[in-house]
Ligand binder design. Structure first.
Ligand SMILES: Cc1cc2nc3c(=O)[nH]c(=O)nc-3n(C[C@H](O)[C@H](O)[C@H](O)COP(=O)(O)OP(=O)(O)OC[C@H]3O[C@@H](n4cnc5c(N)ncnc54)[C@H](O)[C@@H]3O)c2cc1C
Length: 418
């Protein structure tokens, strides 16, 4: 990839410097397209946001305020990490297996078995059912079912009756497989891609919309109006779905399909610990949150308790919009094994309050079809779409964001040759 692209090459605007936009931009730049990335924030990575938290005894520990777990099948992420010289660190616990705080007599294997049964049952429906449709037909113990439902709602960040049961394949899967993080923080992936792109990435440059003028697309941003041959819209669903935040020449069919993607809601609270804990994963069924401790790049368990509350109602009821008090108290109640100190600084991240995300990640609504997946990933004129909500298989995940960006770039390269 040369530092600058030949002026004769097609000009491509990439809107958004999350993993989707950066992977699209990097793929296009290696093919010598003339790429400009517009990013509203003063940093790259979007919903991948790593920071260092100070702990009294063990110094700085990397926390993930957004995406945390690298899961099974993340081939695109692994390939990018390897190219950038980044290592993946095993967390020493499993994202997929969580003890139930209020019903400890239920073993994690019982919830996992119920999850497998639910996944199988979901395949028997003619039209993609909701998670609730499947759970209603599942004949299992009520407490196990409650644990299963909570697990799915936390992981999808949505209420069970609003999301398709296909989420059980990845986001809410149950096999006790390992999980990883990028050493030094997942945001290293975004920073590495941005470094490769150099001055092509324009930070603090929000885009208001795109319009067509003949064969060209005009990007309306804080820097003014600029013309491009192609545009990759790699903005969060909340923007693509709201003409007041971002306007573009959308078709009626696209609007309908986008309305069948559900926006999840999540908040995370990171609590520094005085002493290194064991690895752990404990979930509150009632509060729809889970807490975990995990290994970091040092090869030891980080001295921090991570937690995530998920689903619109759980985020609302945890009252995190008024601070972390209620959530922190609930976490303390289910983690008597840890010596939580009220005076150590905590880090709260409420994703629906983030002006450039306005939510956490997406899921498909019941009834979602393959035709919907094709529609959502198809261009409109010379506008191409990327983002976690676009990838049909790894929807809502870092892997989906990366894959969707690469696909948008491939589609543009093919269109430019045609
Ligand atoms: C709390 C949380 C936990 C998660 N956990 C996991 C996990 O464990 N594993 C996993 O794989 N995934 C996880 N995810 C999901 C993962 O973060 C996303 O799937 C992925 O990062 C989305 O990338 P993206 O490029 O599609 O969107 P984004 O990262 O949101 O990138 C979009 C970019 O567009 C920018 N932007 C927005 N509006 C404008 C505008 N008007 N003009 C210009 N720029 C704009 C934003 O600032 C942002 O940088 C989690 C997400 C959250 C929030």
């Amino acid at each position: 990839m040369s530092d600058t692209s030949p002026a004769t090459q097609p000009r491509v605007a990439v809107l958004g410097a999350g993993l989707a936009g950066l992977s699209a931009a990097r793929t296009l730049a290696t093919r010598d397209f003339d790429v400009t990335v517009f990013e509203a924030r003063d940093r790259v990575g979007g919903r991948v946001w790593s920071e260092t938290i100070n702990t009294p005894e063990h110094g700085g520990v990397t926390i993930e305020r957004g995406a945390e777990f690298v899961l099974d099948g993340y081939e695109a992420l692994r390939a990018v990490a390897e190219r950038l010289g980044l290592s993946l660190v095993e967390t020493g616990m499993s994202y997929y297996v969580r003890e139930l705080a209020e019903t400890p007599h239920i073993h994690t294997s019982q919830v996992a078995e119920a999850g497998r049964q639910a996944t199988e049952l979901a395949q028997t429906f003619e039209v993609e059912p909701s998670v609730s449709d499947v759970l209603d037909q599942l004949e299992i113990d009520a407490e196990i079912k409650a644990g299963l439902k909570a697990r799915i709602e936390i992981s999808t960040a949505c209420e069970a009756d609003t999301v398709a049961a296909s989420t059980l394949q990845h986001t809410a899967a149950f096999d006790p497989k390992p999980s990883w993080r990028v050493g030094g923080g997942n945001q290293q992936i975004a920073l590495g891609l941005a470094a490769e792109l150099g001055e092509r990435v324009k930070l603090t440059t929000p885009v208001r919309g795109v319009s067509f003028d003949g064969d060209e697309a005009v990007v309306h941003s804080a820097a003014g109006d600029e013309r491009f041959d192609f545009v990759v819209v790699a903005l969060p669903l909340s923007f693509v779905n709201n003409p007041e935040l971002f306007h573009f020449p959308i078709t009626r069919r696209r609007r309908t399909v986008l309305s069948r993607i559900v926006q999840g809601h999540v908040a995370k609270l990171h609590i520094p610990l005085a002493a290194r804990p064991e690895t752990s994963a404990i979930m509150s069924v009632a509060g729809r949150f889970w807490t975990w401790t995990a290994m970091d790049a040092s090869g030891e368990v980080g001295a921090v308790l991570n937690s995530l509350v998920g689903s619109p109602s759980a985020v609302r009821e945890s009252e995190v919009h008024d601070g972390d008090g209620k959530l922190y108290a609930a976490i303390k109640a289910i983690r008597p094994d840890l010596d939580l100190d009220d005076d150590l600084g905590r880090v709260l991240t409420v994703w629906d309050e983030d002006p450039w995300a306005r939510g956490s990640f997406s899921s498909h609504a019941p009834g979602w079809s393959d035709a919907d997946s094709i529609e959502v990933g198809s261009p409109i004129g010379n506008l191409y779409f990327a983002g976690e909500y676009v990838d049909p298989e790894f929807t809502c995940l870092m892997e989906g964001a990366l894959r969707s960006g690469m696909k948008a770039a491939d589609d543009i390269a093919a269109a430019a040759l045609a």
